[in-house]
Design a protein around this ligand. Structure first.
Ligand SMILES: [Mn+2]
Length: 277
């Protein structure tokens, strides 16, 4: 049932942050039940969204991963922003410093399982007293430092361009590629989130092909952020592009639990099998 190693892998998100119910994660709340369900449906890996650098009681995650045979694909850092108000581009240097240490801890947490951390909303926004140039400068320095830190732990750091309603730093995948080209580290790779890209890109498949050099992770959701198959994204050419570039990472469902968690998980694995047979 499982795909062979060194190939694309199916992955599903699991959020342990109940206060964010309604957010774009498929499985919720119970680590053990979520991992068992993911394994039962045939997923290869799970991406975790937690309040901080831990998941459940000590060793709980390790034991569940061992029991289910699932791999930890990545850990999200968004709680640093959503729950604690931390971003890498805040005008307050203390907040920027706290954001850095939060992400460093998340990198260390993921690295125990060979999983990269993802920087999405913690990149922040420019505006007010912070110019775009200043914000990008702070982001650049942070990504270099955190990318090098990740490398020392044997993982990469994943930077995610977000759509215009969530950030005003980098909205386009290829602009983010150019930005990464200039960073003096190879510890950072990019996330292609098909929901954000549906809003911003001219041609998602073309952008993935042109920016293949930095691709490290994919968020799998349809145009309306429901599980793939429930919106109007034309997935076939995107899947073709991912195969053509020899992408070997995770196709990770970061989508709403629509109409409910289990149906969303089933729709996701059905779509995954359809497009990546
Ligand atoms: Mn995403």
């Amino acid at each position: 049932m499982r795909s062979k190693l060194c190939d694309m892998q199916s992955c599903i998100t699991l959020s342990l942050v109940s206060s964010l119910k309604g957010g774009p994660w498929v499985l919720w709340d119970d680590l053990g039940a979520g991992l068992r369900k993911a394994a039962e449906l045939g997923f290869d890996a799970v991406e975790l969204f937690t309040e901080g650098p831990q998941a459940g009681m000590p060793n709980e995650l390790k034991n569940h991963l061992n029991e289910t045979g699932l791999r930890l694909a990545a850990v999200g850092t968004g709680a640093g922003k959503v729950l604690n108000g931390l971003t890498l581009t805040d005008e307050n240097p203390d907040i920027r410093a706290s954001a850095m240490s939060f992400i460093r801890e998340m990198i260390n947490f993921g690295a125990e399982y060979n999983a990269p951390a993802i920087i999405g909303s913690m990149q922040g926004v420019h505006g007010g007293n912070v110019s775009k140039e200043q914000a990008i400068n702070w982001l650049q320095k942070s990504l270099v430092e955190l990318g090098e830190h990740a490398r020392t732990r044997g993982v990469s750091l994943i930077y995610e361009p977000l759509n215009r309603y969530e950030s005003n730093l980098f909205n386009h995948y290829l602009e983010a590629c150019d930005f990464l080209d200039q960073l003096p580290t190879n510890g950072v790779s990019l996330l292609a989130d098909l929901f954000h890209m549906n809003i911003e890109e001219t041609d998602i498949a073309e952008s993935i092909k042109k920016g293949a050099r930095h691709l490290g992770h994919v968020h799998f959701a349809d145009s309306n952020r429901r599980p793939m198959g429930n919106g109007h994204t034309n997935m076939a050419p995107i899947a073709k592009a991912l195969k053509e570039i020899g992408y070997e990472g995770c196709i990770s469902a970061e989508a709403f639990a629509w109409p409910d968690s289990l149906t969303a998980a089933q729709t996701t694995i059905d779509s995954y099998k359809k497009y990546f047979p």
